[in-house]
Write a protein of this length. Structure first.
Length: 226
C-alpha cells in the first residue's frame, strides 16, 4: 500500500503505531532518535509519508523537517505532546502537512495517514542520491559529485526510476512495472524494462556486471537497493 518512516523515541508508541500501520498494509521503517534519523535523511526520502515526533533526543523533529524539506516534498505528519497553537503553527511553517497532538486517537491517526498517502502529487521526489550521482527530479538530469549534469532522462525513464525508489528493497515483477509505469493503454514488452535497467546500471553501478543497486531476480523481475 505504501511506505512510512516513523521517528519516535517512545518504544511503546513505536510498536503500537508500527503494528497498526502494518495491519493497514504499510511497510514501516522506524528510528528512535533524531540523530539516527538525520543521518538517514541526508540521502533517503523514498517514503510515501514521514511521521515525526517533535521532542526527540539529539535532533528535534522541527530540525528534521527542515532537513527533509531541503530535498523532498514527501508528506510529513508531526506528533507532539506540545499541542499549543504556536507549536502547530511552527510545524506547518516549516513545511509539515499535518500536526496531531498527543495523546491521540489511533483511528484518527490512521485516517490522517490515509489522507496524506493518497495525495500522490505531494509525494513526488525533488532529488535522490544513488552511489555518487544525484538525480534531479525537476530537470530530469543526473549530476556527478561536482554538480555537473552527466545524463538527461526521458519522462518514462524518470517514472520507472521513481517507482523503484519508492519501493526500495521489494522485489517487483516486470508485469507490475508495466502496469504501474506504462499503464493499460500502452503495450511495451518486458524487454523494454530490461533495456531501461541496462541504462540505470551504466549510470549508477561501479561495475554494471555486478550490480549493487539494480538487482535482477531470476524468473520474477527486479529489486532496487540504495
Amino acid at each position: 500500500m505504501g511506505t512510512v518512516c516513523l521517528v519516535e523515541d517512545e518504544e511503546n508508541l513505536i510498536q503500537l503505531i508500527k503494528l497498526n500501520l502494518e495491519l493497514e498494509g504499510f511497510k514501516v521503517s522506524c528510528f528512535n532518535s533524531g540523530e539516527k534519523a538525520a543521518n538517514h535523511f541526508s540521502e533517503n526520502f523514498a517514503y510515501d509519508l514521514i511521521i515525526l515526533d517533535v521532542m526527540l533526543p539529539e535532533v528535534s523533529g522541527f530540525t528534521l523537517c527542515e532537513i527533509i524539506r531541503k530535498k523532498s516534498s514527501v508528506p510529513i505528519l508531526f506528533l507532539s505532546a506540545k499541542g499549543t497553537t504556536q507549536d502547530r503553527i511552527q510545524g506547518l511553517k516549516l513545511g509539515a502537512n499535518d500536526y496531531l497532538p498527543k495523546p491521540f486517537n489511533l483511528e484518527e491517526l490512521l485516517l490522517r495517514v490515509s489522507v496524506l498517502t493518497n495525495n500522490k502529487s505531494a509525494s513526488e521526489l525533488l532529488e535522490y542520491k544513488i552511489s555518487n550521482k544525484r538525480i534531479d527530479f525537476q530537470s530530469f538530469v543526473v549530476k556527478n559529485e561536482f554538480g555537473e549534469s552527466t545524463f538527461e532522462f526521458s519522462k518514462k525513464e524518470m517514472s520507472l526510476l521513481e517507482f523503484f525508489i519508492k519501493h526500495e528493497g521489494r522485489v517487483v515483477s516486470r508485469d507490475e512495472l508495466l502496469d504501474n509505469v506504462w499503464g493499460t493503454d500502452q503495450f511495451p514488452t518486458s524487454r523494454t524494462i530490461d533495456n531501461f535497467i541496462l541504462t540505470f546500471r551504466k549510470l549508477f553501478e561501479e561495475n554494471p556486471k555486478e550490480p549493487k543497486h539494480f538487482h535482477s531476480i531470476r524468473g520474477v523481475g527486479y529489486k532496487f537497493t540504495s
